[in-house]
Ligand binder design. Structure first.
Ligand code: 6PG
Length: 260
């Protein structure tokens, strides 16, 4: 995400679109409504929807609202943008919160939810997940990278997104998934969608709340910090939803986005 210079598209839009709302709850509500709309649009346009979900603590409130908002999950497939390689059933696994906050309350069928096989080495787990993704999401004609309908991302305090940490291998590869064995955010062993796979998606949505994200968000949006993985996200078709605390250092605080 590089707001300087802002990217412009042929629709007269400027990207990334940064929506500032007052509170973390408002971020969750706004994000859930946008995701629900995008799911409906994508199913209408493409017949099937593939969404890569974020881990960490921030998205839980969005998932709970999404479960209540969407009443038709047909043809929607849920993937992990990244996963911690912990034993199956470990509450540290990102799939644990996704199942608790979204899959179970929304009664999404198991064959539409694609967890990572975590009992492998990082490279083997990444290769296995890439094989699953490539089998389910054909790359668009002329493209080598499968195209998710939407990738939802949190923002780490060092600017990481998914499990793409500063200087990580996943920032410069044509693989779809990469294994990580030295994540500075525990647990160390993970897999992640690569930057290329995230930027090949039709849309990206980044959500961040709280004062701890003030600095990383400002760095990501300033364009002056290529070391911040979030700054490397494709700006076009990327929406960022943040609360006032996270937005405090933004150069020009965007017009507060009136929630739907
Ligand atoms: C993970 C996440 C990670 C997360 C950020 C923000 O597996 O830890 O995928 O990328 O989104 O670290 O985490 P919080 O939302 O908990 O601040």
């Amino acid at each position: 995400m590089n707001l300087g210079p802002v990217a412009h598209d042929d629709r007269g839009g400027t990207w990334p679109q940064v929506h500032v709302v007052a509170t973390a709850d408002a971020v969750a509500e706004h994000a859930a409504r946008l995701i629900a709309r995008w799911i409906a649009d994508s199913r209408r346009d493409h017949g099937v929807v593939h969404v890569a979900l974020a881990g960490g603590r921030t998205p839980g409130a969005t998932y709970r609202r999404l479960a209540a908002l969407v009443d038709d999950w047909s043809d929607v497939h849920l993937w992990l943008g990244d996963e911690r390689l912990v034993p199956a059933g470990d509450p540290l696994a990102n799939i644990h919160a996704i199942r608790r906050d979204l899959v179970l309350p929304a009664a999404i069928p198991a064959d539409q939810v694609h967890p990572v096989v975590t009992g492998l080495s990082a490279d083997a787990a990444a290769a296995d997940y890439e094989r699953q993704i490539r089998a389910a999401l054909p790359a668009p004609p002329g493209r080598a990278t499968p195209r998710f309908s939407l990738v939802l991302l949190g923002l780490g305090e060092d600017g990481h997104v998914a499990s793409l940490f500063p200087g990580g291998a996943g920032l410069a590869t044509d693989r779809v998934c990469v294994g990580v064995t030295d994540a500075p955010k525990p647990p160390a062993r993970r897999i992640s969608l690569s930057l290329g796979a995230i930027n090949a998606a039709a849309r990206r949505l980044v959500i961040a709340t709280g004062a701890a994200k003030t600095e990383p968000l400002a760095r990501a949006l300033s364009g002056a910090e290529p070391a911040s993985p979030a700054a490397l996200l494709a700006p076009v078709d990327t929406v960022v939803i943040v609360d006032a605390d996270a937005a405090r250092l933004l150069r020009r605080v965007p017009r507060p986005h009136a929630p739907h």
